[in-house]
Design a protein around this ligand. Structure first.
Ligand code: URA
Length: 242
Protein backbone atom coordinates (compact mmCIF):
# COMPACT_ATOMS: atom_id res chain seq x y z
CA UNK A 1 0.00 0.00 0.00
CA UNK A 2 1.05 3.65 -0.34
CA UNK A 3 3.13 4.95 2.54
CA UNK A 4 0.95 8.04 3.06
CA UNK A 5 -2.20 5.88 3.27
CA UNK A 6 -0.54 3.64 5.82
CA UNK A 7 0.55 6.61 7.94
CA UNK A 8 -2.85 8.31 7.72
CA UNK A 9 -4.60 5.10 8.77
CA UNK A 10 -2.23 4.84 11.70
CA UNK A 11 -3.35 8.15 13.11
CA UNK A 12 -0.66 10.47 11.78
CA UNK A 13 -3.28 12.91 10.50
CA UNK A 14 -4.61 13.81 7.07
CA UNK A 15 -2.68 12.99 3.91
CA UNK A 16 -1.50 16.66 3.85
CA UNK A 17 -0.22 16.40 7.42
CA UNK A 18 1.43 13.09 6.64
CA UNK A 19 3.20 14.72 3.69
CA UNK A 20 4.76 17.28 6.04
CA UNK A 21 5.97 14.56 8.41
CA UNK A 22 7.52 12.73 5.46
CA UNK A 23 9.16 15.88 4.15
CA UNK A 24 10.92 16.35 7.47
CA UNK A 25 12.53 12.92 7.06
CA UNK A 26 10.90 11.57 10.22
CA UNK A 27 9.74 8.34 8.63
CA UNK A 28 12.06 5.35 8.29
CA UNK A 29 11.14 2.37 6.13
CA UNK A 30 13.30 -0.59 7.06
CA UNK A 31 15.83 1.80 8.60
CA UNK A 32 16.03 4.24 5.66
CA UNK A 33 14.42 7.69 5.61
CA UNK A 34 11.61 7.79 3.08
CA UNK A 35 10.22 11.13 1.97
CA UNK A 36 7.86 10.16 -0.82
CA UNK A 37 4.17 9.83 0.06
CA UNK A 38 3.79 7.59 -2.98
CA UNK A 39 6.38 5.04 -1.84
CA UNK A 40 4.90 1.54 -1.81
CA UNK A 41 5.31 -0.52 1.31
CA UNK A 42 4.27 -3.97 2.42
CA UNK A 43 2.46 -3.23 5.67
CA UNK A 44 2.85 -6.83 6.87
CA UNK A 45 6.60 -7.15 6.49
CA UNK A 46 8.18 -3.68 6.27
CA UNK A 47 9.25 -1.94 9.45
CA UNK A 48 7.88 1.60 9.61
CA UNK A 49 9.27 3.91 12.28
CA UNK A 50 8.04 7.47 12.86
CA UNK A 51 10.05 9.76 15.13
CA UNK A 52 11.64 6.70 16.72
CA UNK A 53 8.34 4.81 17.23
CA UNK A 54 7.55 1.60 15.41
CA UNK A 55 4.06 1.45 13.89
CA UNK A 56 2.13 -1.78 13.81
CA UNK A 57 -0.41 -1.99 11.06
CA UNK A 58 -3.92 -2.91 12.07
CA UNK A 59 -5.95 -4.30 9.28
CA UNK A 60 -9.13 -4.69 11.30
CA UNK A 61 -10.40 -2.29 13.93
CA UNK A 62 -13.32 -2.64 16.34
CA UNK A 63 -15.16 0.12 18.14
CA UNK A 64 -17.88 -0.11 20.74
CA UNK A 65 -20.24 2.85 20.39
CA UNK A 66 -23.02 4.01 22.69
CA UNK A 67 -25.30 5.16 19.89
CA UNK A 68 -27.42 8.16 20.81
CA UNK A 69 -30.95 8.75 19.57
CA UNK A 70 -31.31 10.88 16.44
CA UNK A 71 -28.33 9.28 14.69
CA UNK A 72 -28.75 6.62 12.06
CA UNK A 73 -26.76 3.41 11.88
CA UNK A 74 -25.65 3.79 8.29
CA UNK A 75 -22.44 4.96 6.67
CA UNK A 76 -24.03 7.84 4.78
CA UNK A 77 -27.28 9.73 4.72
CA UNK A 78 -28.37 12.96 3.13
CA UNK A 79 -30.61 14.16 5.93
CA UNK A 80 -29.38 12.73 9.21
CA UNK A 81 -26.19 12.47 11.14
CA UNK A 82 -24.78 8.95 10.86
CA UNK A 83 -22.81 6.92 13.38
CA UNK A 84 -19.69 7.56 11.28
CA UNK A 85 -20.06 11.28 11.94
CA UNK A 86 -19.43 10.51 15.61
CA UNK A 87 -16.00 9.01 14.92
CA UNK A 88 -12.66 10.75 14.63
CA UNK A 89 -10.77 10.84 11.36
CA UNK A 90 -8.49 7.91 12.19
CA UNK A 91 -11.45 5.63 12.80
CA UNK A 92 -13.30 6.85 9.73
CA UNK A 93 -10.26 6.31 7.54
CA UNK A 94 -10.41 2.64 8.46
CA UNK A 95 -13.71 2.39 6.57
CA UNK A 96 -15.66 0.97 9.47
CA UNK A 97 -19.38 0.28 9.28
CA UNK A 98 -22.02 -0.64 11.84
CA UNK A 99 -22.67 -4.33 12.50
CA UNK A 100 -26.43 -4.39 12.06
CA UNK A 101 -28.89 -1.60 12.57
CA UNK A 102 -30.60 0.20 15.37
CA UNK A 103 -33.56 2.47 14.68
CA UNK A 104 -32.91 6.19 14.69
CA UNK A 105 -34.65 6.52 18.07
CA UNK A 106 -32.94 3.48 19.64
CA UNK A 107 -29.79 4.06 21.68
CA UNK A 108 -27.12 1.80 23.10
CA UNK A 109 -24.57 -0.73 21.98
CA UNK A 110 -23.42 -0.73 18.39
CA UNK A 111 -20.27 -2.45 17.15
CA UNK A 112 -18.38 -0.74 14.34
CA UNK A 113 -15.72 -2.59 12.41
CA UNK A 114 -14.16 -3.01 9.00
CA UNK A 115 -14.10 -6.80 9.43
CA UNK A 116 -16.79 -7.91 6.97
CA UNK A 117 -16.50 -11.58 7.83
CA UNK A 118 -17.10 -10.91 11.50
CA UNK A 119 -20.10 -8.69 10.71
CA UNK A 120 -21.50 -11.38 8.46
CA UNK A 121 -21.07 -14.03 11.14
CA UNK A 122 -22.61 -11.89 13.89
CA UNK A 123 -25.62 -11.04 11.71
CA UNK A 124 -26.17 -14.46 10.22
CA UNK A 125 -29.66 -15.73 11.10
CA UNK A 126 -28.14 -19.18 11.49
CA UNK A 127 -26.02 -18.07 14.45
CA UNK A 128 -28.94 -16.87 16.61
CA UNK A 129 -26.79 -14.20 18.24
CA UNK A 130 -28.63 -12.91 21.32
CA UNK A 131 -29.43 -9.21 21.43
CA UNK A 132 -30.63 -7.79 24.74
CA UNK A 133 -32.70 -4.62 25.01
CA UNK A 134 -34.00 -2.55 27.90
CA UNK A 135 -37.31 -0.98 27.02
CA UNK A 136 -39.62 1.52 28.61
CA UNK A 137 -43.21 0.62 27.77
CA UNK A 138 -46.46 2.56 27.72
CA UNK A 139 -48.79 -0.02 29.26
CA UNK A 140 -48.24 -2.77 31.79
CA UNK A 141 -46.57 -5.87 30.45
CA UNK A 142 -47.46 -9.05 32.30
CA UNK A 143 -46.74 -12.78 32.52
CA UNK A 144 -49.15 -13.47 29.69
CA UNK A 145 -47.02 -11.27 27.44
CA UNK A 146 -43.91 -13.15 28.63
CA UNK A 147 -45.59 -16.40 27.61
CA UNK A 148 -46.40 -15.00 24.19
CA UNK A 149 -42.78 -13.95 23.76
CA UNK A 150 -41.59 -17.41 24.81
CA UNK A 151 -43.98 -19.11 22.39
CA UNK A 152 -42.89 -16.88 19.47
CA UNK A 153 -45.02 -13.90 18.53
CA UNK A 154 -46.77 -13.98 15.17
CA UNK A 155 -46.54 -10.70 13.30
CA UNK A 156 -48.35 -9.86 10.08
CA UNK A 157 -45.46 -10.80 7.83
CA UNK A 158 -43.44 -13.28 9.89
CA UNK A 159 -43.42 -15.43 12.99
CA UNK A 160 -40.79 -14.46 15.53
CA UNK A 161 -38.64 -17.13 17.11
CA UNK A 162 -39.14 -17.69 20.82
CA UNK A 163 -37.73 -14.80 22.81
CA UNK A 164 -37.52 -13.69 26.41
CA UNK A 165 -39.44 -10.97 28.17
CA UNK A 166 -38.41 -10.11 31.73
CA UNK A 167 -40.49 -7.59 33.60
CA UNK A 168 -38.21 -5.32 35.62
CA UNK A 169 -40.72 -2.81 36.96
CA UNK A 170 -44.41 -2.07 36.59
CA UNK A 171 -46.16 1.12 37.57
CA UNK A 172 -49.92 0.89 37.82
CA UNK A 173 -50.16 4.58 38.56
CA UNK A 174 -48.27 5.59 35.41
CA UNK A 175 -49.60 2.64 33.39
CA UNK A 176 -46.05 1.85 32.30
CA UNK A 177 -43.40 -0.82 32.63
CA UNK A 178 -39.69 -1.40 32.23
CA UNK A 179 -38.65 -4.67 30.66
CA UNK A 180 -35.66 -6.61 29.39
CA UNK A 181 -36.15 -8.33 26.05
CA UNK A 182 -33.79 -10.89 24.53
CA UNK A 183 -34.14 -11.78 20.86
CA UNK A 184 -31.94 -13.84 18.60
CA UNK A 185 -33.08 -12.35 15.30
CA UNK A 186 -32.89 -8.83 13.93
CA UNK A 187 -35.94 -8.10 11.85
CA UNK A 188 -36.98 -4.52 11.10
CA UNK A 189 -38.48 -2.82 14.20
CA UNK A 190 -38.73 -6.28 15.75
CA UNK A 191 -38.85 -5.36 19.43
CA UNK A 192 -41.29 -2.52 18.88
CA UNK A 193 -43.53 -4.72 16.79
CA UNK A 194 -43.49 -7.58 19.28
CA UNK A 195 -44.50 -5.21 22.07
CA UNK A 196 -47.16 -3.71 19.83
CA UNK A 197 -48.53 -7.20 19.19
CA UNK A 198 -49.16 -7.38 22.95
CA UNK A 199 -51.17 -4.14 22.77
CA UNK A 200 -48.48 -1.92 24.33
CA UNK A 201 -45.94 0.54 23.01
CA UNK A 202 -42.18 0.99 23.33
CA UNK A 203 -41.41 4.55 24.38
CA UNK A 204 -37.66 4.10 24.85
CA UNK A 205 -35.37 1.37 23.56
CA UNK A 206 -31.77 0.72 24.52
CA UNK A 207 -29.61 -2.17 23.36
CA UNK A 208 -27.44 -3.42 26.21
CA UNK A 209 -25.73 -6.39 24.62
CA UNK A 210 -25.06 -8.22 21.39
CA UNK A 211 -23.56 -11.68 21.60
CA UNK A 212 -20.67 -11.53 24.08
CA UNK A 213 -20.40 -7.71 23.91
CA UNK A 214 -21.99 -5.59 26.60
CA UNK A 215 -22.72 -1.87 26.68
CA UNK A 216 -20.02 -0.16 28.76
CA UNK A 217 -21.69 1.98 31.46
CA UNK A 218 -18.65 4.29 31.33
CA UNK A 219 -19.43 5.23 27.73
CA UNK A 220 -21.54 8.37 27.48
CA UNK A 221 -24.14 8.59 24.72
CA UNK A 222 -22.30 9.27 21.48
CA UNK A 223 -18.96 8.09 22.91
CA UNK A 224 -17.00 5.14 21.63
CA UNK A 225 -13.84 3.23 22.37
CA UNK A 226 -11.83 0.38 20.95
CA UNK A 227 -12.70 -3.09 22.14
CA UNK A 228 -10.55 -4.31 25.00
CA UNK A 229 -8.39 -7.38 24.36
CA UNK A 230 -10.87 -9.44 26.45
CA UNK A 231 -13.79 -8.27 24.33
CA UNK A 232 -11.85 -9.04 21.17
CA UNK A 233 -11.02 -12.51 22.49
CA UNK A 234 -14.72 -13.09 23.20
CA UNK A 235 -15.42 -12.65 19.48
CA UNK A 236 -13.36 -15.75 18.69
CA UNK A 237 -16.56 -17.77 19.12
CA UNK A 238 -17.49 -16.55 15.61
CA UNK A 239 -14.48 -18.41 14.21
CA UNK A 240 -13.36 -15.72 11.78
CA UNK A 241 -10.00 -14.04 11.47
CA UNK A 242 -9.87 -11.03 13.83
N1 URA B 1 -35.95 -3.65 17.58
C1 URA B 1 -36.53 -2.47 17.28
O1 URA B 1 -37.74 -2.36 17.21
N2 URA B 1 -35.73 -1.43 17.05
C2 URA B 1 -34.37 -1.48 17.14
O2 URA B 1 -33.69 -0.47 16.94
C3 URA B 1 -33.79 -2.72 17.45
C4 URA B 1 -34.62 -3.79 17.67
Amino acid sequence: MRLDKFLAENGLGSRAQVKQVLKKGLVLVNGRAEKSPKAQIDERTDEIVVSGQKLNYEHFVYYLLNKPQGVISATEDERHQTVLDLLDETARRKAVFPVGRLDIDTHGLLLLTNNGKLAHAMLSPKRHVAKVYHAQIAGMMDEQDAERFAAGIKLKDFSCQPSRLEILEVSQKANSSRVRITISEGKFHQVKRMVQACGKEVTDLQRVSMGPLKLDPELALGAYRRLTSEELESLRIFKVQL
